[in-house]
Design a protein around this ligand. Structure first.
Ligand code: HEM
Ligand code: HEM
Length: 187
């Protein structure tokens, strides 16, 4: 099952969810590690390049993910006992996760292009800087990037805990259907 149905996620949505989640947590760790390095550390430039390259690949993945979400149905809640307020909270938390991913990656782009130079993604694709830049762009975007990275990671941990609660306490399919494709009739 490639696409989502009213009651289950398809393989594309599942794969992209977990690939992006693992990559985001890894980039977060790499980001915290690399800002502690100094110019004299062997991996100073390499770690920053890797972070930027993977970050830009994530930005493309996010755009594809949003397009995929728009051409798909979003499965209805797997928790029949959830109140309207709970369903709304989950919905807005998902929108917030999408928004945070977007602005985090854009702020990373703004730090990296503050000097007017393009980002060379794995030496294959050149993403140009904006034709203008604003005062203190590197510092402002850098501060935003740090705050947004922490916010995204903390919110996604809360989101992960909510998924575990659905699995272990409410004992419904919420988590399972994001791990494997569950045919509609037995969902
Ligand atoms: C979801 C994706 C991303 C995550 C989770 C992430 C996370 C982080 C974290 C935690 C830091 C360390 C912040 C600090 O303590 O000062 C950092 C720094 C940085 N990130 Fe990202 N990042 C992401 C995407 C990107 C992208 C797309 C770019 C650029 C193309 C980028 C460029 C940078 C740069 C240049 C720094 C160094 C900032 C400085 O020197 O203060 N990041 N990132
Ligand atoms: C950086 C980490 C993560 C991000 C950015 C993220 C983002 C998202 C987003 C945006 C959705 C909504 C999908 C849609 O309807 O289009 C979603 C769904 C989901 N995520 Fe995550 N997620 C992350 C980590 C996790 C983790 C660690 C878990 C589990 C432990 C998890 C479990 C789920 C589940 C079960 C759903 C489906 C919820 C439902 O059916 O209402 N996610 N996630």
């Amino acid at each position: 099952m490639i696409k989502n149905t009213e009651s289950s996620y398809g393989i594309i949505a599942i794969a992209i969810h977990w690939l992006m989640a693992i990559t985001i947590f890894s980039l977060f760790g790499l980001g915290l590690y690399m800002v502690e390095l100094t110019y004299y550390d062997a991996w100073y430039k390499g770690s920053l390049d890797l972070h930027k390259n993977i970050g830009m690949v994530l930005l493309v993945a996010l755009l594809l993910r949003v397009v995929w979400r728009l051409v798909n149905v979003t499965p209805k809640s797997a928790d029949d006992e959830a109140s309207n307020a709970e369903n709304k909270t989950a919905h807005y938390a998902h929108l917030a996760l999408y928004g945070l991913m977007g602005v985090l990656m854009l702020s990373g782009y703004l730090i990296s292009t503050a000097d007017g130079r393009a980002i060379e993604v794995f030496g294959q694709l050149s993403i140009p800087a904006l034709p203008f830049n604003f005062a203190n762009q590197e510092d402002i975007a850098g501060n935003m990037h740090e705050i947004l990275a922490w916010t995204l990671v903390l919110l996604s941990l809360g989101h992960g805990l909510a998924a575990l609660k659905h699995h272990f306490i409410n004992k419904n399919n919420t988590l399972l259907r994001m791990i494997k494709v569950i045919p509609s009739k037995i969902n």
